[in-house]
Design a protein. Structure first.
Length: 309
């Protein structure tokens, strides 16, 4: 406990000049946003069946099967099929999990599932079908629309909240930071090839909620210092406010990242995409709170009042 107190005391007395590189950080972030958007458009996202439609079957075998044999048996009857072995954290020595995906086709998905199960049951013994999902293309399109709408509405209401609680300058900083975090997270999905599904939308919503909460803490301190030090240099005031909240930022981010690391290592394949994206998002969310949302105020000084009519 004493070591933790010393660490918190050290963080509470930092005098880091964050604003010394705010121009570089802003240019770097803009480049990253452009690069992420380019990745999404040209490389694309690895859409899961939630959005792309198709069939997903998770089968557990008591004995380790040959992937090549399963692929040969199924591909002769089913087109656009993908087969991969997944890690079973619960009992890796006794059971073997196989993930079977079929891209959306014009064939009836129920008949595809029955055909796959029939082929497997005729060639292997003791198969447990742990997960059987199928989504039609129309449902997938509807889920994409609803997911996009959820993200758009979250941006709108967060901006309104900041605008009401603070000033419009703070709203600009907050919304730019959220755009930054969302774009980079989508770029992360594109460059890593992680499956983008409904849990990915939940991950992005978690990231922007965390990021804006971190920004609001810094904004509160900036507003407090603005009321006390009207004539203080704005860059110095932002530095002072960021340093005074740094202990809270690092400790909160650190504990969250440790929890996510546990999910990455032990959460299994179902939570891996969500955990990795959220881990990355928390890192960039912390960065954007310090180097994006707060420094934006340097360009739009909140002390400048609208002229009276």
């Amino acid at each position: 406990m004493s070591a933790l107190r010393k660490f918190r005391k050290f963080l509470s007395n930092t005098k880091i000049n964050f604003m010394s590189i705010h121009n570089f950080a802003l240019i770097f972030s803009i480049i990253c946003i452009i690069g992420s958007i380019a990745l999404v458009f040209f490389k694309g996202l690895n859409l899961g069946i939630d959005f792309a439609g198709g069939v997903l079957i998770e089968a557990r075998f008591s004995e380790k099967p040959e992937i090549s044999k399963i692929r040969e048996l199924l591909s002769s009857s089913i087109k656009d099929i993908q087969i991969q072995e997944t890690k079973n954290q619960e009992s890796a020595d006794q059971n073997h999990d196989i993930l079977i995906r079929v891209s959306k086709t014009n064939q009836d998905q129920s008949s595809q599932i029955k055909k796959i199960q029939e082929i497997l049951n005729n060639n292997f013994q003791n198969i447990e079908y742990r997960k059987v999902d199928f989504v039609g293309p129309q449902v997938g399109s509807e889920l994409i629309f609803r997911g996009s709408l959820a993200l758009a509405l979250s941006f709108v209401f967060i901006m309104i909240y900041i605008w009401i609680r603070f000033d419009w300058q703070f709203g600009l900083g907050g919304i730019f930071a959220l755009l930054h975090d969302t774009a980079l997270t989508l770029g992360f999905f594109a460059i890593t090839g992680l499956e983008f599904n409904l849990t990915s939308i939940a991950s992005i919503l978690t990231i922007i909620g965390y990021s804006i909460n971190d920004s609001v803490v810094i904004y509160d301190r900036i507003r407090e210092n603005l009321s006390i030090n009207q004539k203080m240099d704005l860059a110095e005031l932002i530095n002072s406010s960021t340093n005074s909240t740094l202990s809270r930022t690092i400790l909160t981010s650190g504990t969250t990242l440790i929890s996510l690391l546990a999910l990455i290592l032990f959460g299994g394949d179902t939570l891996f995409s969500f955990s990795m994206a959220t881990f990355f998002g928390i890192l960039i969310g912390t960065y954007s709170s310090i180097y994006i949302s707060a420094p934006i105020l340097f360009y739009f000084d909140p002390r400048q009042k609208k002229p009276k009519k």
